[in-house]
Design a protein. Structure first.
Length: 288
């Protein structure tokens, strides 16, 4: 009964909340591994700076994002993911969120790899990359670039989203110049770049994550159990003069309404929407 309740509650979470839960679970299990077994499994999943080591564990280009260095590291990453994810999922569906997040993780990892094999001061540095920061930053900068003039409440005052994005990028640039964790900061900037480009291209009608969606679908099909084919039967159907079913028409009308609302947001900001439009967009995001 408890197991069924847990599965039910997990299924009700948004995709951002599911990622948070998964990150926290991995963090706890990794901590228990260190405390009880004396070693960590993170070595198999963290992203190394050396290309030779990376080619031995290519999955680390994604899996590094599920491991964190400490409570502070995971806490701030998950807080940012929660709040930026809420805004994102009020505008778009789960599939686009997954695209932005994991493409940010991948691009941030690539920037880390290239930086530690190109820049002279980093060549002899022994470093690995862990943490969800690149993906989180990609989601944050995506919404900051897609609805830059939307205002959000921070403690006692309102600020525009583009101010928030600019602040975080400036902090990373200053930390690279005068602070530590150069590899992590470079990965943040890689994720930020991906999020910005994705948003600006989407405003032009280009979804640069469509290829990634097809790739993910192909991978899922590889691990999906094959269903036994039922014996073929000949079925005769009456011809119909209708080119489109009512369901197809309703689906197209539903999508046109969503596109109209998103276009209104891009021009006038989220607050320009009526309550009915906000409710409709929220329900549409949940259905997807």
């Amino acid at each position: 009964m408890a197991s069924g309740g847990l599965q039910y509650n997990f299924a009700r979470l948004s995709i951002a909340e599911k990622l948070i839960a998964l990150n926290v679970l991995v963090f706890i299990l990794d901590g228990l591994s260190r405390a009880l077994l004396g070693n960590s499994v993170a070595n198999w999943f963290e992203l190394p700076k050396d290309f030779t080591e990376f080619f031995g564990q290519p999955w680390s280009l994604v899996t590094y994002s599920f491991f964190h260095a400490g409570i502070g590291h995971i806490f701030w990453n998950m807080i940012m993911l929660y709040f930026s994810g809420r805004i994102f999922l009020n505008l778009f569906d789960n599939q686009r969120f997954i695209n932005v997040y994991f493409l940010g993780v991948i691009f941030g990892g690539i920037v880390f790899l290239l930086s530690y094999n190109v820049f002279p001061t980093l060549l002899d540095t022994n470093s690995v990359l862990i943490g969800a920061s690149a993906g989180v930053t990609a989601v944050l900068i995506f919404i900051c670039a897609y609805i830059p003039n939307q205002e959000v409440r921070i403690i006692f005052f309102n600020v525009k989203l583009w101010h928030v994005g600019a602040f975080f990028i400036l902090v990373d640039l200053v930390q690279i110049a005068y602070g530590g964790n150069v590899g992590g900061r470079l990965a943040h900037l890689g994720g930020a770049f991906l999020g910005y480009v994705y948003a600006r291209q989407l405003l032009k009608g280009n979804d640069i994550g469509s290829g990634f969606t097809k790739f993910r679908d192909a991978v899922v099909q590889l691990f999906k159990p094959r269903e036994k084919k039922a014996p073929m039967k000949t079925v005769y159907k009456k011809k119909t003069a209708k080119n489109k079913s009512t369901a197809d028409y309703d689906k197209e009308a539903h999508q046109r309404k969503i596109d109209g609302i998103l276009d209104k947001i891009s021009k006038s900001g989220y607050e320009s929407l009526s309550k009915a439009e906000k409710d409709f967009l929220f329900k549409a995001g949940k259905e997807d």
